[in-house]
Design a protein around this ligand. Structure first.
Ligand SMILES: CC(C)(COP(=O)(O)OP(=O)(O)OC[C@H]1O[C@@H](n2cnc3c(N)ncnc32)[C@H](O)[C@@H]1OP(=O)(O)O)[C@@H](O)C(=O)NCCC(=O)NCCS
Length: 178
């Protein structure tokens, strides 16, 4: 298969809608076996609120967002991160979310986004990195391929369901930024 060409750039204020659309589409394909399908319909119904919230996130100085685009500048994936939301694991930065459209997965886009985010967080003075992934998500092996260590599990409620999440961590963020 021909390698897919893509670009990675910092997200800009006008990107909120495209980011949210990628997020919702990727949730549907990623979690169809794990989550109640009404979750995806609810996400579609709340697009406007999600876009407004994404706009706020893009304006926050403590959150870093990158997008992956086609050579024609269509957004096909995004990543964001910032300070760790839980401090008991001893890691200072967190990858909050990374989602790609299904047709753009397994082509190196995710690795490029994670490396770019880690570099940006490292430049901001962070030393280590944490990410939470639903334990039933096969993508957890993506973090293992990047050298992440499974640290602990914790329950999370999504809609009416309670599932387990696994935390992956890197003591040295430079391992991820490369
Ligand atoms: C997880 C995700 C960001 C990875 O990005 P990607 O561009 O697909 O991954 P890459 O092409 O950079 O792959 C890097 C390695 O991870 C592996 N990998 C990626 N996704 C995988 C998956 N779902 N299952 C198993 N291995 C996976 C690749 O096979 C590759 O290994 P290799 O070098 O031995 O071939 C992307 O697949 C995605 O958006 N998935 C759906 C959403 C999701 O699960 N997000 C994470 C929520 S915490």
């Amino acid at each position: 298969m021909k390698p897919k060409k893509f670009l990675v750039r910092r997200a800009q204020p006008g990107d909120a809608e495209a980011i949210v659309r990628v997020h919702v589409a990727s949730w549907r394909t990623t979690y169809h076996d794990l989550l109640d399908p009404t979750i995806f319909d609810d996400m579609e119904k709340s697009l406007d609120q999600r876009i407004a919230r994404q706009d706020e996130w893009l304006a926050r100085p403590d959150i870093v967002t990158y997008v992956a685009t086609t050579l024609h500048h269509h957004i096909v994936g995004f990543i964001n991160g910032g300070p760790a939301r839980r401090h008991d694991l001893g890691l200072d930065a967190e990858l909050y979310a990374i989602y790609l459209l299904s047709g753009w997965q397994k082509s190196g886009v995710g690795t490029a986004l994670v490396r770019q985010l880690a570099l940006s967080l490292q430049v901001r003075g962070y030393h280590s990195l944490l990410v939470w992934v639903l334990s039933g998500n096969p993508s957890r092996s993506f973090y293992e391929r990047l050298g992440g260590r499974a640290l602990t599990e914790s329950p999370i409620t999504i809609g009416s369901q309670t599932l387990d999440e696994t935390a992956y961590g890197w003591d040295d963020i430079a391992v991820v930024s490369g």
